[in-house]
Design a protein around this ligand. Sequence first.
Ligand code: AVI
Length: 312
Amino acid sequence: MRNPFAEEVAKGLSAKQKYISSKYFYDDEGSRLFQKIMELPEYYPTRAEMEILTQQPTEIAAALRFRGSFNIIELGAGDGLKTKELLRFLVQQQADFTYIPIDISEEAMVHLRAGLASALPNLKVNPLVGDYFEVLEKPDIEHIPNLFLFLGGNIGNYEKGETLDLLHMLWERMNSGDRLLTGFDLRKNPDLIKKAYDDSQGVTRAFNLNLLHRMNRELGAEFRPETFDFYSYYNPYTGEVRSMLVSKTAQTVYIKELDQAFDFQENELIRTELSKKYTLDEIELLARESGFVSEQHFLDSNRYFTDSLWLK
Ligand code: AVI
């Protein structure tokens, strides 16, 4: 079997409306660019969520209502930077819990464990490496109350049907009484959202164009990235930011790994990403649709972002 990236590229570039999934943004170069995005003045979501987790740990901890020992299971933990503030608070409160970060990157987990060992030496950490749904299949997580964390607004990168599938799969793997804290980016001034996804330094542009570079590097593709533009728009009626690449000319691009050539018309699009912005009503509806009870929203002072707590 060919590698999954090659398979998806073959499918996406053969579709009537071409697309490449945003999950392929994150190779080493893409992850480096995403770190830069999170530091951009226009990109508010990371700072907003950081504010929630650093300013409201008392309220979040109280809302968990866990007695005795519990687990905090984080999906796609990455560098765990934002979570560290919540963990620090719970350690100071002498809460009896184990932190179980899950991430596909082994390197990220080694790094996170080492960082936590020096910053919070009393914290019990049990990192798991792999796709989070596969990892959660395994029965080696104790049946004590669990708080699942799905932070960073990653949920906004899924189409509606995929979002429901994901929440449903998670619901099936949770026990009654477990909780889920999810980060959602909220609707706000449309111009502010638009600028966050088309920044003045062109980092988001480079982040999208990196998909072409990645196909060149990994699949022996012959894209000339300078012949593509980046375009994104925000639709305030639906809350959707849609990002895409635009072929500036009619051209044919050969991909060695697929031994296939793909035709592009002038101005033809390659869809790359959805970043959905929610209202609080939509979040509560989503909770109901996926079998959860929405308990509380924790918002930053600008009301840009929410970490919302749901109960199974
Ligand atoms: C990872 N994800 C939540 C980011 C977002 O805001 O949708 C990815 C991103 N795309 C462009 N800028 C940031």
